[in-house]
Design a protein around this ligand. Structure first.
Ligand code: EPS
Length: 363
């Protein structure tokens, strides 16, 4: 069973992860992993940390001459900004961050012990292992990408665009957005938020192409692939909602407009629509995967909300930490990569195989 573990703190020595269960015989080009790591660092509205780090992966195990050998793949991303032991205490927990809940849980009045791990920096490790999974998926022509649907109150007008067009249009967008006119409005909103010491969230969609039917299963709740995707996506920092296909709004439609009629194109079974987002009964149905996430505005405000000083009990403004104004494009890169992990896991579950050769033969 493909599985992974991550470790590491935002200002610790490094972010690390171990991916166990990847078959032998997969060529790992670290440039492709570094490309995903770089994408995660980008996006209009990202904070100053992104000027310090230039995340590169070090593969510490599981390969020989650049090819997997079936053993656990350990990766590390070093922190240039390694200063965890020198950083001061954080005693006024930030509303919306893990600070106060973490302080209560771990019985500390210093949120630094919490935020070092709760920070979105951790997602660099998840992107590194997800990028390995994207390389695995590319062996089967499966492509996973994402695009920005809205930032704050500015929505991208992409309804009429085909998936192919969306994929083309996002290529040189600093907000991973397929609609140029709303992109400039989004940038303006981000500038406004920055000026007033505020932050922005938004929504994005992950799309998967060429995914074969039959991944996941209806037979048990924890084998449903939408449930497994939801877990991986919900666990990304700041994600407050996950929806598949036409999502929450779509559920207001009557069944006759919601469900995707089954049609024949020549000899090929296909659908007239894809409101389900490529999954029915917890199983992929051969249509493109479409899953959207809602991201709350970043919790650290440079114009902070009220909090309480945990040393004195006095009401005070929350602490401020260097932070992003908007990290939506970064979150969507993380979402692509954790989705790639779930798809790779489901493929290995269905087709099994200890080597790429064996899997391809079975497929
Ligand atoms: C981030 C690293 C962090 C933050 C940010 C994103 O680095 P630093 O704390 O040194 O600035 O910039 O994380 C948050 C804003 C947060 O609240 O988690 C990253 O690598 O994505």
């Amino acid at each position: 069973m493909l599985r992974y573990l991550t470790a590491g703190e935002s200002h610790g020595k490094a972010l690390i992860a171990i991916l166990e269960g990847m078959p032998a015989g997969l060529k790992l080009d670290t440039k492709l992993i570094d490309k995903e790591l770089k994408r995660r660092q980008q996006g209009y509205g990202r904070g100053k940390r992104m000027e310090i780090e230039s995340d590169k992966v070090e593969i510490l195990s599981g390969i020989r001459k650049g090819v997997t050998i079936g053993s656990p793949i350990a990766v590390a991303i070093k922190n240039k900004d390694f200063k965890i032991d020198k950083l001061g205490s954080v005693v006024c927990p930030r509303p919306g961050h893990a600070d106060l809940a973490g302080m209560i849980k771990y019985a500390t009045i210093d949120a630094r012990d919490i935020l070092e791990r709760s920070s979105a920096r951790e997602t660099a490790a998840r992107v590194a292992i997800g990028a390995v999974c994207k390389i695995f998926l590319s062996e089967f022509k499966i492509v996973v990408f994402s695009h920005t649907k809205y930032i704050g109150d500015i929505e991208a007008d992409v309804e009429e665009l085909s998936l192919k067009t969306i994929k083309q249009k996002i290529s040189n967008s600093c907000l991973n957005c397929a609609d140029r006119s709303s992109e400039s409005l989004m940038k303006h909103r981000i500038d406004q938020a920055k000026k007033s010491g505020d932050t922005l969230g938004g929504g994005f969609e992950v799309i998967g192409l060429n995914i074969m039917p039959g991944l996941g299963s209806h037979v048990h709740y924890d084998r449903k692939i939408d449930a497994r995707l939801a877990l991986e996506l919900m666990s990304i920092q700041a994600i407050k909602g996950v929806e598949f296909g036409v999502g929450f709004l779509g559920t207001q439609l009557p069944g006759s407009e919601f469900h995707d009629e089954i049609i024949l194109k020549g000899k090929v079974l296909t659908r007239r629509t894809n409101n389900a987002g490529g999954i029915e009964g917890g199983i992929t149905n051969g249509e493109p995967l479409r899953v959207s996430c809602a991201m709350k505005p970043i919790a650290t405000l440079m114009n902070p909300l009220l909090s309480v000083d945990m040393r004195t009990g006095k009401v005070k403004k929350a602490s401020t930490e260097r932070s992003d104004v908007c990290a939506l494009p970064a979150a969507s890169v993380v979402a692509e990569n954790v989705s790639a992990f779930v798809l790779a896991q489901a493929i290995l579950e269905k087709f099994g195989g200890d080597s790429m050769k064996e899997i391809k033969r079975r497929m």
